[in-house]
Design a protein around this ligand. Structure first.
Ligand SMILES: Nc1ncnc2c1ncn2[C@@H]1O[C@H](COP(=O)(O)OP(=O)(O)OP(=O)(O)O)[C@@H](O)[C@H]1O
Length: 246
């Protein structure tokens, strides 16, 4: 593993995100929390990034802003040539719906719908979706598509959530602790599904985790500390999730 501290992207690659001097301050009554304190970064299309850092260091705030769920207090953020900071709320929502898939620690599936129906909720409103069965095939759950969430393990439910996220063919998947509720072998299968989306669909992948072992599957690792990216580590090679241990 090679360590590097530069924030610039390798030459000649297509840009996914580019952020400059991003600050985020939450104001609650008399209290101000400086969640992001001047973050600069570039992320290239198709990159796999892992975000590490102590609790409260700003990782989720960063992910929510990059995904258009929230806005920075100041600074600029681009997705390719689109200036996200200049967008109206309506346009930012449209950007998020079209380009971004989210995966959270808890799967948020609808219990009364089958796996396929859960995915179809998204494909029914997307502009160029995959067939739900194809999305479930991508995560290795084609055979289980008529099962309800309660009939699936935690890892399988999370893979349905991955299928739901990739079914609208987003350019980017943002994952906040996707394996946080899973044991290691089940978590690795979820990471394999995410890595396959990156490899087969060229989806840019950002994964927040508290598990430093997961960093091995990344092209680069952003280390957050006190609202800043304190260090960027570049992996000489990516390790397949199946080869990882923790
Ligand atoms: N909506 C909010 N209102 C006020 N403060 C907030 C809000 N969201 C986050 N914060 C604060 O901003 C700081 C950064 O939080 P954030 O959730 O981004 O950290 P994190 O690195 O993702 O932490 P964790 O690993 O525990 O999820 C924390 O001090 C947190 O308490």
């Amino acid at each position: 593993m090679q360590a590097a501290t530069q924030t610039s992207q390798p030459d000649g690659d297509e840009r996914a995100f580019s952020g400059r001097e991003l600050f985020k301050t939450y104001i609650t009554g008399e209290t101000q929390v400086h969640a992001l304190r001047g973050v600069d970064f570039d992320i290239r299309k198709g990159e796999v990034l892992v975000l590490l850092g102590p609790s409260g260091s700003g990782k989720s705030t960063f992910l929510n802003i990059v995904g258009g769920l929230d806005r920075s207090t100041s600074g600029t953020l681009y997705y390719a040539a689109e200036n996200l900071t200049a967008k109206s709320d309506r346009d930012l929502t449209r950007f998020r719906r079209q380009r971004i898939g989210f995966i959270f620690q808890f799967y948020n599936l609808i219990p009364s719908l089958t796996a396929e129906e859960n995915v179809r909720l998204v494909t029914d409103i997307a502009s160029n979706p995959m067939d739900p069965a194809e999305a479930l095939h991508h995560v290795g759950l084609a055979e289980r598509r008529h099962h309800f969430p309660a009939q699936l393990s935690g890892g399988e439910q999370q893979r349905v959530a991955v299928a739901r996220a990739i079914a609208k063919r987003p350019g980017v998947l943002l994952c906040d602790e996707p394996t946080g509720a899973l044991d290691s072998s089940t978590g690795i299968r979820v990471l394999e599904a995410l890595e396959a989306a990156n490899r087969e669909l060229d989806t840019t992948l950002l994964i927040i985790t508290h598990n430093a072992g997961i960093a091995a599957m990344a092209d680069r690792v952003f280390h957050f500390l006190d609202g800043q990216i304190a260090r960027i580590e570049t992996n000489a090679e990516r390790i397949a999730p199946a080869e990882m241990t923790w």
